[in-house]
Design a binder for this molecule. Structure first.
Ligand code: FO1
Length: 317
């Protein structure tokens, strides 16, 4: 029998959730904790919406919409149709089943439960094994600075379809938000085997987690190897605006630039096999490099990549 592992994954929405799903298949339930960005969270139509937590939850429960990567599979749209008829705000799509989660969460928050308690109880109801942990129980809101003004994240991402040109980001509430205590405890745990930064957007998915008070310091002091998986494949983001944001910020849309965001923290970096042009430069920036097919189109791909990453991280000490 092999010894139990202790793996911490830091994750945003769709891309990160794919690797989290792979990890959940090859690790035991108690071996994996997934800390999720909450900077995308917002209040909408009187409800608290937590897109990245919900994407990870639905993905691990096997009920995510396979076409979008967010929301639920086999969804219906009666609520949106009725809302539209009444002239309600319909730019943010809320399927009927998905709606139940937002209503339940908002109700429980109003009754005084914390986001992490609610997330844990919903995960249990959906028979999810690994622990899904919001980065913080305190509200943090990612704000996108653009050439045409500052936008709340979902307004930029969904309502404006990522069209405005990005000039910067900040995280409203970050100074008053405490990282979830279990995140700090895990980072200080001598038994932790590795920290995996999932292939998520470095600016709006991972940076909010790293910007919480004490998290960067805890990562620097963490005894376990820290590795990041590039969200860039073939010079493009698999999904979402990562590459577009990089270009607008005058950064080349490459894995090298992603690596530079975390360079002070990393022991290892996983580069996609389509980005071999970056290999030499990456080798000069980080101690350990692994080259893989990171596209994760099927469950088998997700499991294969997850297994390879666990093995790679074990050699990054
Ligand atoms: N993304 C969209 O592009 N359009 C939507 O209407 C939309 C609705 C939505 C509802 C619930 C949810 O959990 C996620 C939703 N997303 C939608 C995805 C989400 O806003 C983004 O993928 C993330 O915030 C970026 O990680």
């Amino acid at each position: 029998m092999t010894a139990a592992k202790k793996i911490l994954a830091l994750c945003g929405g769709v891309g990160g959730a794919k690797l989290a799903l792979g990890l959940s298949h090859i690790l035991g339930n108690d071996e994996l904790t997934i800390v999720v960005n909450t900077g995308d969270d917002f209040d909408h139509l009187g409800m608290r919406i937590c897109p990245d937590i919900d994407t990870v939850t639905y993905t691990l429960a096997g009920i995510v919409n396979p076409e979008t990567g967010w929301g639920r599979a086999d969804e219906t749209g009666s609520f949106m149709e009725a809302l539209d008829t009444l002239g309600g705000e319909d730019w943010f799509y809320l399927g009927d089943k998905d709606l139940a989660l937002h209503v339940a969460r908002t109700h429980r928050l109003g009754a005084g439960q914390s986001l992490s308690q609610i997330t844990e109880s919903i995960a249990k109801r959906l028979s999810i094994g690994p622990r899904i942990l919001p980065m913080s129980d305190d509200p943090v809101a990612t704000m996108v600075e653009t050439k045409t003004g500052t936008l709340a994240f979902q307004h930029y991402f969904v309502r404006e379809r990522c069209e405005p040109k990005v000039t910067g980001f900040y995280f409203d509430g970050i100074d008053n938000a405490k990282p979830h205590p279990d995140l700090l405890a895990l980072l200080a745990d001598q038994a932790l085997d590795s920290v995996i930064i999932c292939p998520s957007n470095p600016f709006v998915s991972i940076d909010p987690i790293l910007s919480l008070a004490g998290v960067r310091e805890a990562l620097r002091d963490c005894p376990a190897p820290i590795i990041a998986v590039s969200p860039i494949v073939g010079g493009k983001a698999v999904k979402g605006p990562t590459a577009k944001m990089m270009t607008e910020l005058d950064l080349a849309p490459t894995s090298v630039e992603v690596l530079k965001r975390y360079r002070d923290l990393l022991d290892g970096f996983v580069l996609d096999e389509r980005d071999l042009d970056d290999l030499e430069q990456i080798k000069s920036l980080v101690a350990h490099v692994d080259v893989r097919d990171t596209l994760m189109l099927t469950l088998d791909h997700k499991k294969t990549l997850a297994r390879a990453i666990i093995e790679f991280s074990a050699g990054c000490q």
